[in-house]
Design a protein. Sequence first.
Length: 436
Amino acid sequence: MKLKLQWPRTLASRLSLIFLIGLILAQGLSFGAQYYERYQSAKSTMLGNLETDVSTSMAILDRLPAAEREAWLPRLARRNYGYLLNEGEPGMPVTSAEKSVAIASITAAIGDTYPIVFTEVPGGPRQHFQGHLRLSDGSPVTIDIRPAMVPLSPWLPVVLLGQLALLILCTWLAVRIAIRPLTRLANAVETLDPNAHPIKLDEQGPTEVVHAARAFNAMQTRIAAYLKERMQLLAAISHDLQTPITRMKLRAEFMDDSVEKDKLSSDLGEIEHLVREGVAYARSVHGATEESRRTDLDSFLDSLVFDYQDMGKDVQLGGKSKAVIETRPQALRRVLVNLTDNALKFAGAAQLQVEAQGNSLSVKVLDRGPGIAEAELAQVLEPFYRVENSRNRDTGGTGLGLAIAQQLALALGGSLMLSNRKGGGLCAELKLPLHG
């Protein structure tokens, strides 16, 4: 099984990883260079002290009476070497270059006065070699040497851990400063709503951030201007079409009764309906001018259902939300009317269900009609799209009802989702924010 390393998915984690690796490598190289310099300095100092210390110690031992020499050995011993008043341990000639440096220093210090022979003692976890010589009275003395690395100070690991923590903190701070404008821009793009009043990004900070904020604000302005222009264009077209359509309908009224007259009246009615729906869709995309106000949702739905029941329609309401929300009542009514009319058209009956879901409200319009193919559930929310096998022009649809409902749901700060029900039928779920 091969372990495959994967690059982190988020920009913050990638920048953090790059910064940390770079800083840790730089810190490691710096520590290595300092430690090597310290080692060389300590080594030079130790060799210099070794020459002086060994020559002094040998002079002391040579001048002391033989009976007193044993008592002086602990005083002359050092961390890496000491003295023995015997022949020492048998060994082999020294071959290590590192040991040769120490041997040369000792030989230079006492070699002329006390001829010395060095042997390497095998075995043991540490390097071990000895220098054998004799004092002026012929007594044997062995210099027992156990070289060791310069020990680390006990506070050094604490300092290194503190430096690592400081590096992590600085990396987190740098990444946060670098990512914050990008996160703010991403959130602004996600919440960009052409139907609502545009919220401009703060144009402060580094040059690149200011440039991106200005570009985004300019884009919002262009989108709003484009949508306003489109609504005005469709409204003008609707206004201009109303007059010739009315004239044509009046002229058709004066025609003799015939099949052609009925067809012409039907076509004119369809054109007039299509024009009205087109303008309604344009207004839904641009956003309504209706002011928001607090609305008792249960009373609102009761009124809507009673209106349908007064017209003899099979519309039922289930559930209670007990919520008062801040919304645009006319826009909300238009959404629910479109969805309910859609259910009545294809199923003959509709059922509304409302329930609170945390910080949102769910209003479902259920029917037992033919439903919609799963592959077309998203497409039917697009303007002028009709499901050919059931929802075509023969039913009187223009393909704008669900598109208008979708746009108005977004304008209300909610969302519209379609799904097929178990056992057949369609569920149109409108989710609204619960503001209070």
